[in-house]
Design a protein around this ligand. Sequence first.
Ligand SMILES: Cc1cc2nc3c(=O)[nH]c(=O)nc-3n(C[C@H](O)[C@H](O)[C@H](O)COP(=O)(O)OP(=O)(O)OC[C@H]3O[C@@H](n4cnc5c(N)ncnc54)[C@H](O)[C@@H]3O)c2cc1C
Length: 571
Amino acid sequence: MSDKPYQRSIWWIKRDIRLTDNDALTAAIASSQSVLPLYIAEPSVLQADDASRFHIDAISDALADLATKLKTLGVELAVTTAEVVPTLTQLLDEDGFDAIYSHEETGVDLTFQRDKAVAAWCQHHGIRWHEYPQNGVVRGLKSRDTRQGIIKEKLFDTAPKPCPAPFLSWLPQTLPTQSLPDNDRLSPIVLPQDPTLVQLQRVGESQADADLTSFLTHRGYAYSGGISSPNTAFTAGSRLSTHLAWGTVSIRTVFHRSQHRINELSERKDREAMQWRKSLRAFQSRLHWHDHFIQRLESFPVMETQAINPAYQHLGYADDETILQAWHTGTTGIPMLDACMRCLLHTGFLNFRMRAMAVTTACFGLRQSWQSIHGPLARVFLDYEPGIHLSQIQMQAGIVGINTLRVYSPHKQLLDQDPDCTFIKQWIPELRDFPAETIALYESISLGDYPRPIADIKANAKLIKDQIQVIRKSEEGRTASSAVLEAHGSRRPQPKRTPKRTSKRTTQSTPKSTPSRAIRGTTEGTPQKTSTTAQKTTGKKKTSAASKRRSQLSGTKHEAENESAQLNLKL
Ligand SMILES: Cc1cc2nc3c(=O)[nH]c(=O)nc-3n(C[C@H](O)[C@H](O)[C@H](O)COP(=O)(O)OP(=O)(O)OC[C@H]3O[C@@H](n4cnc5c(N)ncnc54)[C@H](O)[C@@H]3O)c2cc1C
């Protein structure tokens, strides 16, 4: 007689496509005589406005790797294309099962509503649904001040769980195994005509392990100072965002392995070891941001459509389909922006600074609303993580009200981050024959077939900045920003006050006894140059080695500042 409470359970695979350090799977195996690993590819989710072929490619890639790994444990992976509730009903009617194990998901309203429907279904049918956190996001968080302690205990003081040993599984009678649904939202008009030019990062537990290893042993050395330029960030950055988004590695594993490497290096006093430690500490601080921003969506789910700061709900955007399309397809006549957007369409990736520039140029320079760019950007980010994505879009649009307002100039970013126009020429073939110094004059001269700038982005940006300034100085703006700071600000200890919160998530209908809800870079890391052809000719800022270094360092600082919550009322 087995002492396990359940005969049959389902490991409902969500965005946790991995075996190692998977609390839901580990718990399912511990409490069930047999476990069905099941991925339900929901057409409603995979064909939604924020989903794309890129995401489906990532999921298929990750599932293929998972299926191979499960086979070595003697277990079959079940994949079906259907909605969740009808699938559960069919499984219950035809096969019977006792419990569901999954991770808590902090997603957009569509998946939140689906989870609520599943919770209601479980209650109706007497099926227990056990949900486990998979990161430092706390469901039903009472006070932000308690979050650090919870994270420390669950994430940093607890070792990652090993890959399970072979376990017994069951196979459904008739559940059809199907290929994943299609999604043509990234139509050929947007994507490159030649599909072989689309080079997405490989996604899967094996690849995550390889990417983490190469980062901790080779690539990470250049992290500090290397992540601001798109010429270096594709290799100097960890490139783990895609793996974390689809759950092919856990954030706990990433933290523990990076900490292990820091500990190893702490024995050494040489310069190389110092640079490594600096890089890895900067990297670890970003791991905290990962959960910090997802927590924002968890605590304020309506931010998918509403500004987190109500004072900024209505700004003078001038949404225009033609401008939006030009921005999305990289045909605005602004080289640094166009290169970034075309790069996204080919690779599904862009570094932080360039993402921030793409958003500020859209919202300020082109006056497109943050709501209008959310879907298009989500679709081309292979690492689309709703909580980070929505938080960052609102923050870069300048409407959170608690951050230093920073509008990235695409011209300045060209001079600072791509002075020889290497990145620009890589993605904009029309500009390949022009010298860098000529490209840098794009605001005032024609460059062959390449379009002239689509808008006066400086004038537009001033208009939106002025509006933001008025709100920041207003009584309403100050009051609303204080409330946002209190509810969603950074991890620094805040004075104790009653936080203002709306519609906290919870999908469980019953009280819970268990816890409730090869790098394919575009460029090899090219060294940063200290003299810039484009800067020399435009007469703008001739950058010395020292000031370049300062700029590289401040690159990291800017990003941190930009993300840190500060009630800064000055523009
Ligand atoms: C408008 C905009 C949208 C974004 N959308 C996403 C998104 O959908 N998914 C996503 O993972 N990141 C998003 N980011 C954050 C950031 O750009 C990416 O995480 C980073 O570029 C991924 O590269 P990396 O894995 O090499 O990062 P690294 O620099 O190696 O960082 C390590 C990890 O820390 C996390 N991280 C790094 N920077 C941030 C940040 N600013 N905020 C939160 N977490 C961070 C990521 O999980 C990342 O993998 C967005 C940024 C902006 C400005």
